[in-house]
Design a protein around this ligand. Structure first.
Ligand SMILES: NC(=O)c1ccc[n+]([C@@H]2O[C@H](COP(=O)([O-])OP(=O)(O)OC[C@H]3O[C@@H](n4cnc5c(N)ncnc54)[C@H](O)[C@@H]3O)[C@@H](O)[C@H]2O)c1
Ligand SMILES: [Zn+2]
Ligand SMILES: [Zn+2]
Length: 383
């Protein structure tokens, strides 16, 4: 079939809508008519080269470049076709996309850690996970898809392991945001940092992911939540969804915390700025108390290896620095769970959607994100 999709053809090239060719679904593959796609910062990391790999690693995926690539990994839609052997989904099912596939069988899935599914290693670039065949082409070129998805596409062909069935009555728009950003932030607070009632939490960066972290901390019973962002409107919005205090920078938060915590500093610090750099880690750890937990959620450039951190204090203060992917929770548990919280009025999503775009306007959406006017933009498909 032919479909329209936003494609990036090279480093720093804009997202541009192209007509692409998509073959029939292969084993365990499903076609989804997209309804909404969220505009997460991770797709911008792709365009800037932060999400990439060395040529020899790309070679393992059978490609010599990340480009051309269909963008987008947040989204939700309706199943229109299933391929041979699909047993978890049927035509008409409503689904959210998960950038981490969950096969259910590998060591990690079997031990309850589906966010670490071994299929995740095949999501950077390359052909279909099911049989290693290419089913997406732009002219005669093979097309990569962001995390084996590419949600900026009217019709999406993906492996059933990357799709999470949701309640047909649930909002597909809310499901799109929950499918990556909100789940990742929420899990960073609840599942990775394990925020406890009464704790003080700092969230650095109040975009889509940070907004999930703030609400996770609120629902876990944090007494104080400090929202850090240089953009005042994002700090204001953060206060509407649960932040109790705001700060324009990590430094400002460092001055604020002693009086909020009787000098102990924050129990938990969650790093969700647009780009994570090594120089943010030391100051973030300094915001945390003795026995404090610091969660690195944001994505750093793939070759970022240096971190500034006072190791003496880190050990003597018994602190923890934790990485997280998808907020360290299974997509098949977290996405339906957060949708139910949204339906119950306990999780705010609508206020985070600052703009809706057509598929042709994907680059405008990322320009708005860079200009600081978006918390989350969504692509609304004509369905
Ligand atoms: N670990 C994962 O599994 C995972 C999943 C999804 C997204 N991510 C990553 O999480 C990060 C956040 O994503 P997003 O979509 O919310 O991004 P975003 O661009 O919407 O939001 C980032 C926010 O950080 C703010 N900011 C930038 N520098 C800052 C600083 N030094 N201090 C405080 N605030 C700062 C920006 O003003 C912006 O409001 C990105 O790096 C994204 O790629 C990680
Ligand atoms: Zn994302
Ligand atoms: Zn698995």
């Amino acid at each position: 079939m032919k479909t329209r999709a936003a494609v990036c053809t090279g480093l720093h090239e804009p997202w541009k809508v192209e007509e692409i060719e998509v073959a029939d679904p292969g084993p365990h593959e499903v076609v989804v008519q997209m309804a909404y796609a969220g505009m997460c910062h991770s797709d911008e990391h792709l365009r800037t080269g932060d999400i990439s790999a060395a040529p020899e690693v790309l070679g393992v995926f059978g490609v010599d470049s990340m480009f051309p690539i269909v963008g987008g990994h947040e989204g939700a839609g309706v199943v229109t076709r299933v391929g041979p052997g699909v047993d978890t989904l049927a035509e008409g099912d409503h689904v959210a996309m998960s950038f981490i596939p969950a096969c259910g069988h590998c060591f990690w899935c079997a031990s309850g850690r589906q966010y670490l599914c071994d299929l995740g290693m095949s999501t950077l670039a390359g052909p279909m996970m099911s049989d290693g065949q290419w089913r997406h082409h732009l002219g005669d070129q093979r097309l990569n898809r962001m995390t084996q998805l590419g949600t900026f596409s009217e019709q999406l062909l993906a492996h059933e392991a990357s799709l999470v069935k949701i309640d047909p009555g649930a909002s597909l728009k809310a499901a799109a945001l929950i499918s990556c950003g909100i789940s990742t932030g929420f899990g960073s607070a609840v599942d990775r940092a394990k925020v406890k009632p009464g704790e003080t939490v700092v969230v650095v960066g109040c975009g889509g992911v940070g907004s999930g972290a703030i609400q996770g901390a609120r629902l876990a019973g944090a007494r104080q939540i400090v929202a850090v962002d240089p953009l005042p409107f994002k700090v204001e919005r953060a206060k509407e969804i649960g932040a109790t205090h705001g700060a324009a920078s990590i430094l400002d938060a460092a001055f604020l915390l002693p009086e909020l915590t009787e000098g102990r500093m924050a129990d938990v610090v969650i790093l969700t700025p647009g780009v994570l750099t090594g120089d943010l880690v030391g100051p973030a750890v300094q915001l945390s108390s003795k026995d404090g937990r610091v969660v690195a959620t944001a994505i750093a450039p793939f070759n970022q290896e240096q971190v500034s951190l006072n190791l003496f204090n880190f050990a003597m203060f018994n602190q923890a620095l934790l990485g997280t992917v998808f907020g360290s929770c299974s997509p098949r548990v977290q996405i339906p769970n957060l949708l139910r919280l949204y339906q119950a009025g306990l999780l705010e999503i609508d206020k985070l959607i600052t703009n809706e775009y057509t598929l042709d306007e994907v680059q405008n959406g990322y320009d708005d994100l860079a200009a600081g006017t978006n918390i989350r933009g969504v692509v609304k498909f004509d369905v």
